[in-house]
Design a protein around this ligand. Sequence first.
Ligand SMILES: [Zn+2]
Ligand SMILES: [Zn+2]
Length: 393
Amino acid sequence: MQDDSQGRFSFTMLDETCEPPPPLPRAAFRPEASPAAEVDLDCDECGAPLRWSPDEGALHCEHCNAVKEVVVRDEAILERPLSAAGEAATGLGRAVRVTECQNCGARVTFEGPSTSESCPFCGSAEVLSQEASRNAIRPESLIPLEVGRGSVEETFRRWISSLWFRPNALKRTKRVEAVGVYVPAWTFDAAVHSDWSAQSGTYYWVRETYTTRINGKRQVRSRRVRKVRWWPSWGQRDDHHDDRLVIASRGIDEDLAGSLGDFSTEGLVPYEPSFLAGWRAEEYQVDLEEGWRRGQRMIEELQRERCADDVPGDTHRSLSVRNTFRDVRWKHVLLPMWSVTYDFRGRSYAVLINGQTGRIAGRAPYSWVKIALAVLGGLLALTGAAVLARHAG
Ligand SMILES: [Zn+2]
Ligand SMILES: [Zn+2]
């Protein structure tokens, strides 16, 4: 596997001949209801609930400070063919409830008796407590949360004081909620055979004469003009896509998530309910069928770009690409993020932190007074320069 969301692609040339994939039965996307066994995560010493600690990389008891290692299964992470969704385990393997946000629609797990949870993504307090879906496909793997609460607060404070043109009061903002939350995603692998056809164009130059008027007199001039000679071209290519990521969240702000940087899929470990202990996880709202539709579109766009690069000639037009997919495999993964919301003058703002790398992306209000002063300052500087120039001249 490799992290290919940085625009690096892995592709291998396949020399087998391609056959169109068999049509998928619609029911293939629906997992059968077979919730996996649920585990209890209580402290062996005192019985208090344990919590996954990013700082210790282990389960931690906040009551007696006992630490318990998480045994990660030493096995390859399964990537299933699309036709085998029914074989996937379901449920999170823990007795949890979810809050369903009436504002953004995110369904996020929570533990314990608390009933006054707010939505970790939009900060809305309008949430309904519900049973977690036992039929949802269980994550095959996850990237454990590595960024702890301490560094989240520090990152947030540093970020907010580094912004320009913001109200001064923003730096003193008190009501900040930081929630560690696992965000659901699908990854897809696929082999693709692309047949393309296009019209390739070769540039050539001709000299054309034209008449113009110079000082009222007609004159004949000549100039070089670029023309294109078109000719038909066609070709084919085979590529392999690995771990194309489709975010399956509803709560997350997609623009913010896009600026969060990459998750390295090398950090994936087989799913263990222990990693979720004490943290929240969003149930996927983009199901496998819709996820694959998005993944397929993403791959098709990439294939089109690659075919466009293959077309010979100086330019091309009427590119048409036909893709045949083979050996499509998927897995359901959880990505660690910190969702930070803060209130400022009665409005809630969202900030996301990549729970693997600590990178931050967020929204913050502007101070229009500061912007107006800056513009005014700029104008004064310009006027001043003009006055100086006049004096100098
Ligand atoms: Zn304990
Ligand atoms: Zn919400």
